[in-house]
Ligand binder design. Structure first.
Ligand code: FAD
Length: 408
């Protein structure tokens, strides 16, 4: 065995980075290696639409500096792919054939964007910085841009593309954000987006792409759409191949217990590759958000260190800006929630909806127009708090005062 580390992390993003920070916060002496096939310090995927839109430069994506890893005394194996795990070795095998022995392993391998069966040079996904670079090139001189799939990738990307550009969105479902928010929130948001000039094709799909000076998209509805590029935002596929081949229990993601541990006692999993309990319903799920990846990364690291710390479960947590409108969805925000309370201020166009369970405890909230309280609602859900009152719904409550009442 060429090299051995007490802790090995595969994946240098939200989950891996938080695990690294937690391991070092509690232990300065044990050896750590972090592997990633991308050859750069950790950066924010969440900010890539802002980079594509020219609001920040490439350095603006970086979460840590190159020197960060050295300062923590961590060995970086960047630009290297892990191709196999032998849980009994135990070691990780890299693409160059080298073997990295480990005491405990964290799989923080995340996910890849789903692509279309039909493709074109002018079609792209957005998951990695390299995808963002391709998009920047494709957008140069473009007069029309089309995205397929209404989620956290397509909508922010369309909204950050140049103002004068024609923008089309093709969505499979009958409404946008169908997996994230209730019908009412989606309808209000949709109305705002249409007013901002977005052309929406709902209950539709792209059947064919014809190349030419411009792309001609043949939609399922029979309509034809002229565009200069197509962005595919049809969700993600978790990177579980290593786990499958290593014989770990997998479903859509790698199955984890309440301690972010896989079916092997020395292998932990966190982030978009992990399938673990949802905070509200307890069902195994992949939330696919940055906050969950960070929380699971921290929990996995604590358990890798030998503390026995239970993770309370993951929550939806989407806070973003779409066509200049702040939007947030925290926790469970679907139409079948037992209680829903609505506040809408027509003057400020500030929309807020809070979802409660049978015991009047907050299980989720959606916000349009202003999202300052999103963190507070996250906290209300996680502490299974009863709804503190109408004042909070209207957004007039004093934040510190509400926190104080929660603490009591
Ligand atoms: C455009 C976009 C916008 C988003 N917006 C939001 C948002 O507004 N809010 C939100 O909460 N979330 C958002 N997300 C989702 C969020 O970015 C993810 O949930 C988060 O990045 C998951 O982190 P992770 O650490 O689990 O995995 P990832 O970020 O996917 O990182 C996994 C890492 O593992 C590496 N890797 C994988 N396999 C191997 C291997 N075999 N060998 C070596 N390295 C490997 C990859 O190179 C990658 O660097 C967005 C994502 C995108 C793409």
């Amino acid at each position: 065995m060429a090299q051995y580390f007490d802790f090995v992390i595969i994946g240098n993003s939200a989950a891996g980075l938080q695990a690294l920070r937690t391991l070092r916060k509690h232990d300065r002496s044990r050896t750590i290696a972090i592997i990633d096939r991308e050859d750069c310090p950790a950066y924010s995927r969440v900010l890539t639409p802002y980079y594509v839109g020219g609001h920040i430069d490439r350095a603006g994506l970086d979460i840590v500096a190159q020197t960060f890893y050295q300062q923590l005394g961590v060995t970086t194996l960047f630009g290297q792919s892990a191709v196999a795990i032998d849980p009994d070795g135990p070691y990780v095998e890299l693409a160059d054939g080298s073997k990295i022995g480990f005491g405990k392993l964290l799989l923080a391998t995340g996910a890849e964007a789903r692509t279309l069966n039909i493709s074109s040079e002018r079609t792209t996904v957005l998951r990695h910085a390299a995808d963002a670079e391709k998009l920047i090139t494709l957008l140069k001189g473009a007069k029309a841009v089309t995205a397929i799939g209404a989620g956290l990738v397509s909508l922010p990307l369309l909204s950050h593309a140049e103002k004068g550009m024609e923008k089309h969105l093709v969505v499979g479902s009958k409404r946008i954000f169908s997996r994230v928010v209730d019908a009412e929130t989606a309808a209000i948001l949709e109305k705002s987006l249409l007013e901002k000039g977005l052309q929406l094709f709902k209950g539709n799909d792209v059947n064919q792409i014809n190349e030419g000076a411009r792309l001609t998209l043949s939609l399922q509805s029979g309509e034809q759409l002229q565009t200069d590029l197509l962005i595919v935002g049809k969700g993600v596929t978790p990177n579980i191949q290593l786990a499958v081949e290593a014989g770990l229990q997998t479903n859509e993601g790698v199955c984890i217990d309440r301690f972010c541990r896989s079916s092997h006692p020395d292998i932990f999993v966190a982030g978009d590759a992990a399938e673990g309990a949802d905070f509200n319903c307890g069902e195994a799920t992949i939330q696919g958000n940055w906050m969950t990846a960070v929380e699971q990364g921290e929990n996995a690291a604590l358990n890798m260190l030998g503390y026995r710390v239970e993770y309370e479960g993951s929550l939806k947590n989407n806070i973003t800006e779409i066509f200049g409108i702040d939007v947030a969805a925290v926790g469970y925000c679907q139409d079948d929630a037992p209680v829903a309370m609505l506040h809408y201020n027509a003057l400020t166009e500030r929309f807020r909806k809070v979802f409660l369970d049978e015991q009047q405890r907050v299980i989720g909230a959606t916000m349009i127009g202003e999202t300052n309280d999103a963190g507070l609602y996250y906290q209300l859900v996680k502490t299974r708090s009863r709804f503190p009152g109408q004042q909070l719904l209207a957004g007039t409550a004093n934040y510190a005062e509400t926190q104080l009442r929660l603490a009591c």
